[in-house]
Ligand binder design. Structure first.
Ligand code: ADP
Length: 471
């Protein structure tokens, strides 16, 4: 089957979060099953671009309203990632260093989507399925169906995966002229509550919609940043397929970012060696349990409750805990987490920023991972941490609910709580401290987690059956 993944991110080309990890892995595992999976994404100015060789695949011209632009599709020459990778270059618009965060993101991603459908409509043959990821590619199913110039693609099945429904790509109707000549009777297929809403449009127009966990699929029907009624209405074509993790990148026995490799057999020794590196580097105490947080410092991740929770724990549990934070996001949370560094030297440290290498060492060396998320479509961090023998401390929501069973439940291993509050998180940290003291139980839990199967193989088969159901 020929599958075209369209995405704003793909690891290791460009990654801002879980979307990048998924689009870097899913096609690779589809290829291993014998399918012809390809990825097309914007050509940002990333290291990957300069370190690899490219061939021009297609040159085209299109317009965004009355602004005409040329675009070039380049293809990576050596199949380095295990699948065909295409980048779309639109001079001045996509060739930036960051993936998101520019004032013209609407124009950037709309032009990108136009270039993708333009390119596909020039193919001699048609792909079997076009698989779009998140709102940055959400207008594609509409364009394939209702833009006159791309009519050729109207019968090509489109699938949309929602990695995060909080962000929807809203744009005003004044920007409707960006979308290439379209059937104006279909205005309703672009709109939600008075605006053009690319994510809503994707849900309306795609042949199938998936989210990255079963519980998140359920949650969207009563909590999806305004789209609840739409998900309720469209539930017949929606399915949850849990993300997997890429064992080539995330395996403590082979991880290229860490020096002290370990497996389930020597988990205690392996983790201790990595913890020592972290404690030496960040002035922490190796004898105390190490709690980490890795992620975007935003409300969705409940990062705002971390500073008070850390203070509450360091005050109430005195010298019994260590914390190390890695992330960036809302400036006031960044500021609060930085302020604590001086106040709690020896028990607390934080790195504000994005650091892939450090994140691997942290999963390997920490004892507990904190994820108090208010919203968590799937969550990869908890899966990585379990694979590295680090106990996840998570709020019961979305994918966290689907992947972590509380220690108090039958054969459970993690720690779960219900409210994204300082009180609930502090209590869970206290439960973690109790577990840390019970070395035998901790060892048992670590081994159990490392044996859990979060591989892509199973999920990939579910995606293939989904495509087959619409072919
Ligand atoms: P998100 O909602 O951000 O996509 P996920 O849990 O699905 O959350 O995926 C987050 C991914 O991003 C993980 O691979 C995590 O290790 C990585 N990550 C997030 N923030 C950072 C950071 N500051 N430094 C390094 N890696 C990070």
């Amino acid at each position: 089957m020929e599958i075209i993944h369209v995405s704003a991110e793909c690891y290791p080309v460009a990654k801002a979060g879980g979307l990048g990890d998924v689009v870097g892995a899913l096609p690779k595992y589809q290829v291993l099953l014998g399918h012809n999976a390809k990825v097309v994404m914007p050509m940002y100015r990333t290291k990957f671009l300069y370190q690899n060789e490219w061939a021009v695949d297609f040159k085209g011209r299109s317009n965004l309203g009355d602004w005409w632009f040329d675009f070039t599709v380049i293809k990576e020459k050596h199949n380095t990632l295990g699948f065909d990778l295409y980048l779309i270059d639109i001079n001045g618009l996509l060739d930036r260093e960051k993936v998101y965060g520019y004032s013209d993101d609407t124009e950037r991603f709309t032009a990108f989507q136009i270039a993708v459908v333009n390119w596909l409509s020039h193919w001699q043959h048609k792909p079997d399925v076009v698989h779009c990821h998140d709102h940055h590619t959400g207008l594609i199913p509409f364009m394939m169906k209702y833009c006159y110039d791309y009519n050729k693609l109207a019968d090509v099945p489109s699938v949309v995966t929602i990695h995060n429904a909080q962000y929807q790509g809203w744009m005003g109707w004044d920007k409707s002229m960006y979308i290439p000549r379209w059937d104006s009777w279909k205005r309703g297929m672009l709109e939600w509550e008075g605006n053009i809403n690319p994510l809503a449009s994707a849900v309306k127009n795609a042949w199938k919609v998936t989210t990255v966990s079963w519980s998140y699929m359920e949650e969207l029907r009563y909590n999806s940043n305004g789209l609840e009624a739409l998900f309720e209405y469209e539930k017949g074509k929606c399915a949850g397929i849990l993300n997997g993790i890429d064992a080539d990148v995330w395996d403590p026995a082979t991880d290229k970012y860490i020096d002290n490799h370990f497996s389930e057999k020597d988990v205690d020794e392996g983790k201790l060696a990595n913890k020592k590196l972290l404690c030496d580097q960040f002035n922490l105490d190796i004898t105390k349990p190490l709690f980490i947080f890795i992620g975007r410092l935003v409300g969705e991740k409940a990062a705002d409750i971390l500073p008070d929770t850390i203070q509450s724990c360091l005050y109430n549990f005195k010298d019994r805990v260590n914390f190390l934070m890695l992330g960036s996001g809302e400036p006031h949370v960044e500021w609060q987490l930085s302020q604590l560094i001086n106040a709690y030297q020896g028990s607390y440290n934080a790195v504000i920023g994005y650091n892939e290498k450090l994140s691997h060492l942290m999963y390997a060396g920490a004892d507990f991972l904190l994820m108090p998320s208010r919203v968590e479509p799937c969550g990869l961090n908890q899966m990585y941490s379990m694979q590295y023998g680090t106990v996840p401390v998570v709020r019961s929501t979305g994918g966290l609910k689907d992947t972590v069973v509380d220690m108090g439940d039958f054969q459970g291993w993690g720690i779960r709580f219900n409210h994204a509050s300082v009180g609930d998180l502090t209590h869970s940290i206290w439960r973690s401290v109790q577990l840390y003291r019970d070395k035998n139980r901790l060892r048992h839990v670590r081994k159990k987690m490392m044996n859990l199967d979060f591989s892509w193989e199973k999920s990939v088969k579910e995606y293939i059956s989904l495509y087959e159901s619409v072919k």
